[in-house]
Design a protein around this ligand. Structure first.
Ligand code: SAH
Length: 509
């Protein structure tokens, strides 16, 4: 969930300049609901569904009866189980007896990898529509220059675009009427033609020990998403969701249980950051000890009560619900928006995008040449084990995934992060550490070992501290830099998708 960014191999100001230049030049005009010409949130051919489906419009509300069912979609099934073996006595905490799960993946009907059919297309997302039935503009996912083009098409001067951008990302409100710096006529047009700006807060839960705050939001079409705020010594990091649900099917992850509903738009991702920034800036919230516990209670918190920079989100990880590389256009649009100094102002090196291993998406992200950190959710040192934990491995096995990782490093000169969820006696044995060491020996990378955040109903348990330490020592001894990630938000179900699951199904699972 939390993501420790890897260090870059070089200071990559060049890539940033290139990205800025690209940003200035991209996009052609499209017609919106009101008839204005606007620079669109682009949809590059082939990039909408790197998993194999055709390019789709990103984000949005399924419209009318024609919307396709948002069934959970999975990589074609194979009977694989991480089968429990002999009972192994009670839990240390006295809970129900634990069974010995091990790495012996039971296989049957194993398909030949290369003959797998492509992933089905993503559910179509057409975006919210206005009273006139036309699509609303995703203004919160647009750059100042794009907003400038929008407002000039309405006859307003371009600088109003920048004013609007600042209001959206540093102020914002339920209604454009609150944007009092803008003329009344412009506010009226925005109210009629722009997508809703803020979410409804359904629930906000704070971990009393480490200060992690988990937000459950309701979107304009009633879907719910989670965003997490984490506090570190150096400031606040937010964990952003990129899709409603997920179709990757990882065995240990709650986000995937209900399948994928739809992609999020760039604006819906940007609003997650803006909403948390509003919360952090609200003096009443800051005085609430439930939301902002005293630093003394938090071993990871800053020493001083309110050091500089603790009034806003300064880093982000796209590690919430969803597979960001499946929604890459919108994710890139979002990252460019929150990078803007006039908005959230988050530096590229303070951003991490995490993938379960979507190879075409990794190549597409590399092509964007942004100096952010790519995190790859590895979780296993061999195909047999990874097939059972991350079913996407059936489509993109380790050799292909690591080849894409190498291409990414060559192109961006950025060191990778690998995430490895530590699951008791499934993937945490000494032979796994040795095998992982051999696999990553020559890769410029950093491995984050993450104790499993248990998901109800899944018979997987976090590795005990001794196993994690043994694994870390063996991997480090093999020359692979690795750290054990601090586990945040345990008491508030902060692992991907858990709060949303609980809200959907409050009964014990
Ligand atoms: N789909 C992307 C990003 C979202 S998941 C990906 O897979 O990387 C973000 C990270 O949280 C991934 O490394 C994922 O494996 C991890 N994760 C999911 N469920 C978890 C759990 N129950 N405990 C610990 N980590 C979990």
């Amino acid at each position: 969930m939390t993501g420790r960014g890897g260090q870059g191999l070089r200071a990559d100001g060049e890539a940033e300049d290139r990205a800025r230049a690209g940003r200035r030049s991209r996009g052609s005009a499209v017609r919106t609901g009101s008839g204005p010409e606007v620079a669109p949130r682009r949809s590059r051919p082939g990039s909408g569904a790197p998993g194999g489906g055709p390019a789709r419009p990103v984000g949005g509300w399924p419209r009318g009866a024609g919307a396709p069912p948002s069934e959970p979609e999975r990589v074609p099934a194979r009977r694989v189980s991480l089968r429990p073996r002999a009972p192994d006595g009670p839990h240390a905490d006295g809970a129900t007896p634990r069974t010995r799960a091990d790495a012996s993946v039971v296989e049957a009907d194993r398909p030949r990898r290369r003959t797998l059919p492509p992933l089905p297309p993503l559910p179509v997302w057409e975006g919210p529509v206005g009273a006139d039935g036309r699509p609303l503009v995703d203004v919160k996912g647009m750059l100042p220059s794009e907003l400038g083009a929008l407002v000039t098409s309405w006859g307003d001067p371009a600088y109003r675009g920048r004013q609007l951008f600042e209001w959206l990302h540093r102020g914002g409100g339920a209604s454009f009427d609150a944007a009092t710096a803008l003329p009344v006529s412009l506010r009226g047009r925005l109210q009629a033609h722009a997508a809703p700006q803020v979410f409804e807060l359904i629930q906000r839960q704070a971990d009393p020990v480490d200060g992690t705050v988990k937000y459950l939001f309701r979107l304009g079409d009633g879907q719910t998403i989670e965003t997490v705020l984490m506090r570190y010594r150096y400031g606040y990091t937010t964990c952003v969701s990129s899709q409603v649900g997920c179709r990757m099917g990882c065995r240990f992850c709650a986000s995937t249980i209900g399948g994928l509903r739809r992609n999020l738009s760039a604006g819906e991702m940007a609003e997650q950051v803006a909403a948390l920034n509003r919360d952090l800036a609200d003096p009443a919230r800051r005085r609430d000890p439930a939301l902002f516990p005293a630093p003394a209670a938090d071993p990871g918190a800053p020493e001083e009560a309110e050091p500089a920079g603790f009034d806003r989100v300064s880093r982000l990880v796209v590690m919430g619900m969803g597979e960001p590389l499946e929604n890459l256009d919108a994710v890139l649009g979002f990252l460019r928006v929150v990078h803007e100094p006039a908005g959230a102002g988050i530096g590229w090196r303070h951003m991490t995008v995490s993938t379960s291993g979507l190879v075409p998406g990794i190549d597409a992200l590399a092509a964007a040449e942004l100096p952010l950190t790519l995190a790859v959710s590895l979780h296993a040192p061999n195909d047999e084990l990874r097939d059972g934990l991350v079913p996407l491995n059936l489509r993109y096995p380790l050799a292909e995934l690591l080849a894409a990782c190498r291409r990414y490093v060559e192109r961006t000169r950025r060191r990778l992060t690998f995430e490895y969820v530590m699951i008791d006696r499934v993937n945490d044995l000494p032979e796994h550490a040795r095998e992982l060491g051999r696999l990553l020996r020559r890769m410029p990378c950093h491995v984050n070992l993450i104790p499993l955040n248990p998901v109800p109903g899944r018979d997987l348990h976090p590795s005990p501290a001794e196993s994690v330490e043994r694994f870390r020592a063996l991997l480090g001894g093999a020359g692979v830099p690795c750290t054990v990630r601090r586990q945040l938000g345990l008491s508030i179900d902060a692992a991907c998708g858990q709060l949303r699951r609980r809200a959907a199904d409050p009964a014990p699972q």
